[in-house]
Design a protein around this ligand. Structure first.
Ligand SMILES: Cc1ncc(COP(=O)(O)O)c(C=O)c1O
Length: 396
């Protein structure tokens, strides 16, 4: 029986992380991992998180079950971050999930159960989108967008989506595209959103980095445009990065139904899917996030620390571009300096990526994804020198 278990597909980022852990080199550098790092190489716990945890330990009276939908106060406060202003909508159901991954998983499952057979996935994208679509038995189609230039993606996106059929789902990165770091410009966004609306596609907005690009308001632009244009929308939110709650698994999944009378069915569908998959999401992180969102002082402190993390990433974007130029790299790095969020891609071959990893202990993510937050002042010269040895260079 169990001998017939098929070997599961390898998740490249997990393999890279494991290889890094096992590497004994004193000079090893990890730019592959997808977590925020500060200037000293740490992934800090937000002050507001510590304060909310202290409050929680003192205030919590019981550890009894919550419900498959999780902490509904948290869900409402998370929803308030996006369902505001011109996207003020009442026609949505929402549940707390185990991280953003749990939210994407539920959203794709809801799409699959709504007789949606095909999901359009960006290329390149976060590797788990494909694994999730596969496990939900969805047909996968792909649409390309630029990785090495800031604009011009809309034409490619629309060209590839020409074959999309009404009722197909489409995954869109809300902001800070992983892995490219290249977000659509305002006009590109408008073209893509209009296409999605006009073609009758079901958008699944994956909002894993809200606040990591330009700020909470600015980063929800695509979500806002989709909500203003499309009657039915699925949204997956993560608080792993923007509250640093990675291991506590905090996320939310929203189903915007287009008509208030179907919200109840959507809510029970989400709860019933959660119940059969894992019964209930973990409570601790959501209780912490909810407390921060609902407390004016903690929320202000969270936003100020988040703004500091954003600043660190932006600074590192500029530093890497300068260092590459000084090392003689001949690459138009405007897409790196002007990108959003933690990541950028480098135009490197698989051989070059493997060479850096195996010979120099420099670990990049799949397809040469660089976590810009993880570059430190002390490692920058070596990173630039090693990258210069494999990128087009004036020295060659
Ligand atoms: C695009 C994207 N979506 C969703 C997630 C899920 O994040 P988590 O499950 O850790 O909250 C990630 C994490 O890296 C991501 O990059």
């Amino acid at each position: 029986m169990l001998g017939h278990l098929p070997i599961p597909p390898i998740d490249p980022i997990m393999t890279i992380n494991a290889a890094f852990r096992e590497d004994k080199s004193a000079n090893k550098i990890d730019l592959g991992i997808g977590v925020f790092k500060d200037a000293s190489g740490e992934t800090p716990i937000y002050r507001a998180v510590k304060a909310a945890e202290t409050w929680l330990v003192q205030d919590q009276k019981t550890k009894t079950y919550v419900s498959p939908a999780g902490d509904l106060t948290f869900v409402q406060r998370a929803g308030d971050l996006i369902f505001t202003g011109k996207t003020l909508r009442q026609d949505y159901a929402g549940v707390q999930t185990a991280g953003g991954t749990g939210a994407v998983r539920l959203a794709v499952e809801v799409a699959a159960r709504s007789e949606c057979e095909t999901v359009w996935i960006p290329n390149p994208t976060w590797g788990n989108h494909k694994s999730i679509a596969r496990i939900a038995n969805m047909n996968m189609r792909f649409y390309r967008h630029h990785a090495f230039q800031l604009t011009g993606s809309a034409e490619m996106v629309l060209e590839d989506l020409a074959e999309a059929k009404p009722g197909d789902a489409i995954i869109l990165h809300g902001c800070c595209q992983n892995p490219t770091g290249v977000d659509y410009s305002e006009s590109e966004r408008a073209m893509i959103v209009e296409f999605v609306r006009e073609r009758g596609l079901l958008p699944i907005v994956d909002l894993a980095y809200l606040g990591f690009g330009k700020g909470l308001e600015e980063d929800k632009a695509l979500t806002t445009d989709i909500l203003a244009s499309c009657p039915e929308v699925l949204i997956a939110m993560s608080f792993s990065k923007n509250m640093g709650l990675y291991r506590d698994r905090v996320g939310a999944c929203f189903v915007v139904t287009g008509e208030p009378k179907t919200v109840g069915v959507a809510q029970s569908t989400l709860a019933s899917l959660a119940r059969s998959m894992y019964s209930m999401p973990p409570d601790h992180g959501a209780a912490v996030a909810s407390h921060i969102l609902g407390d004016e002082a903690l929320r202000a402190d969270w936003l100020s620390e988040l703004s500091g993390q954003r600043g660190h990433i932006l600074e590192n974007r500029q530093k890497l571009c300068r260092a590459l130029a000084e090392a003689g790299v001949e690459l138009d790095t405007g897409y790196i300096s002007g990108g959003a969020g933690m990541f950028c891609l480098l135009p490197l071959s698989e051989e070059a990526i493997a060479g850096l990893r195996e010979n120099e202990s420099l670990y990049l993510g799949p397809a040469a994804r660089v976590n810009l937050a993880a570059i430190r002042d002390v490692t920058l010269p070596r990173v630039a020198e090693l990258l210069a040895s494999v990128l087009p260079s004036s020295a060659v």
